[in-house]
Design a protein around this ligand. Structure first.
Ligand SMILES: Cc1cc2nc3c(=O)[nH]c(=O)nc-3n(C[C@H](O)[C@H](O)[C@H](O)COP(=O)(O)OP(=O)(O)OC[C@H]3O[C@@H](n4cnc5c(N)ncnc54)[C@H](O)[C@@H]3O)c2cc1C
Length: 394
């Protein structure tokens, strides 16, 4: 027996999962497949990872019913300080301050715990009436002009559209023969959460250092750690490998050296994670009855915390195009999706790449030029406002 669906989504990560929930609310019949087991109500321990969700991409999480279901409160980012410096030395006095009040916004964005989004997603994808979940499972796909066939074990499903949301190494994308271009950074990122003595006041810090940017992002406190921040810092891979091998007591001074003294005494909360960094883009975002979303379509340097935001905006664009569409896999609709998202995502990839190259250097001429650039932008309210709106995804 065959079961018919409007959309089959391969990958129930934050992008595929949120898209499934939002589509189900539009009364679409959705098949959602993930290779990992997704237990419904697990409350994993605090693991120190967070996502910066820009104001413009929050709307999909709201529309999907996930925002209000987050079990731990999002922390608003009220101000952003951009500074330039060297580890262990005071930041350059030429700096940029952004305040959400200057653009009449409640917040630039929010830091949400990665586990909070996972808990909300898992609860919803198991409970939503429009979603049929298969996990852990692997799907075999056949796509023709007339529709797609999805085989999982002995089960056979059909769908008008397949959405590849299976992450950077997307098998669905590879099977469709869509080429990708990879950019290696020779940098890695360390991600961890920091408990600190002084409150962060909703201020995020982006401190540019020669090895790569160091970000401190305000998180909502817990009963155990009332003052918490997420730390994402990049450095050359050999430096990060060396830091990863250090025990916590020797690792912490390295964080402090990059962070500076403004938060008082600090301690690690949760474990540390390291990721090698690369960027990637797919040559096309669609094929016969197939659309790519999220990391399956693109990957950017985390310098501006935009990776998931771009994916959520892909999902938002697809959702808008699908609203009321008689055929979800229509070729013109898929071409319109690519036109709506690929140029914007490529622009972000190029911007984050350029930002990383400009700031991750100790060349004194470049450092002087960018410090003067920071100071100049600080004195141009119109340009500053434009930067702020772009960061918010407006
Ligand atoms: C250090 C670091 C910090 C970051 N910080 C931020 C940040 O602050 N803000 C931000 O916006 N972004 C951030 N990002 C980027 C963000 O993590 C990703 O963009 C986001 O996770 C992409 O979501 P996704 O759903 O597209 O893919 P993924 O999260 O990769 O999910 C893919 C899903 O597909 C499943 N899957 C894979 N293969 C198959 C298969 N063959 N069949 C079925 N299922 C499959 C997987 O199990 C998984 O559930 C950061 C990234 C890094 C490396």
């Amino acid at each position: 027996m065959q079961t018919e669906f409007d959309v089959a989504i391969i990958g129930a990560g934050p992008v595929g999962g949120a898209l499934a929930c939002a589509l189900a609310r539009q009364e679409r019949r959705v098949l959602l497949v993930d290779q990992a087991a997704l237990p419904p109500m697990a409350h994993p321990d605090f693991d120190g990872r967070g996502y910066a969700i820009a104001a413009g991409s929050r709307s999909l999480l709201v529309e999907a019913g996930l925002w209000d279901a987050l079990p731990y409160p999002p922390c608003p980012i009220l101000k952003i300080d951009v500074t330039d410096g060297e580890p262990g030395r005071p930041a350059s006095p030429l700096r940029l301050h952004f305040s959400s009040q200057a653009v009449d916004a409640q917040a630039f964005g929010w830091i949400i715990e990665a586990r909070a989004l996972r808990i909300a997603l898992n609860a919803q994808i198991h409970g939503a009436p429009g979603i049929t979940l298969r996990a852990p499972a692997q799907a075999r796909l056949t796509r023709t002009e007339d529709g797609a066939r999805v085989e999982i074990g002995d089960e056979v499903f059909t769908a008008a559209l397949v959405v590849a949301a299976d992450g950077r190494n997307s098998r669905t994308r590879a099977q469709a023969g869509i080429p990708v271009t990879n950019i290696k950074y020779r940098q890695s990122a360390v991600v961890c959460a920091l408990a600190h003595e002084e409150p962060h006041q909703g201020v995020a810090l982006e401190h540019f250092l020669p090895g790569g940017p160091f970000a401190q992002l305000p998180m909502s406190g817990t009963a155990e750690h009332p003052n918490l921040s997420a730390i994402v810092f990049t450095d050359r891979t050999e430096v990060v490998d060396r830091l990863a091998a250090l025990e916590d007591a020797r690792f912490l001074p390295e964080v402090k050296k990059r962070l500076g003294p403004h938060l008082g005494a600090v301690a690690l909360a949760g474990r540390r994670w390291t990721y090698p960094l690369s960027a990637m883009f797919a040559a096309r975002y669609f094929d016969t009855r197939l659309a790519l979303v999220g990391d399956a379509a693109h990957g950017v340097h985390p310098i501006a915390g935009q990776g998931l935001n771009l994916g959520l905006r892909d999902a938002q664009a697809l959702l808008s195009l699908l609203a009321g569409a008689p055929d979800c896999g229509d070729a013109a609709l898929l071409a319109a999706y690519q036109a709506a998202r690929r140029p914007a995502n490529m622009a972000m990839l190029l911007a984050t790449d350029a930002l990383d190259r400009l700031f991750s250097t100790s060349n004194p001429v470049l450092r002087l030029a960018r410090d003067l650039g920071l100071a100049a932008v600080e004195r141009m309210p119109g340009l500053k406002r434009r930067f702020m709106l772009t960061a918010m995804g407006e």
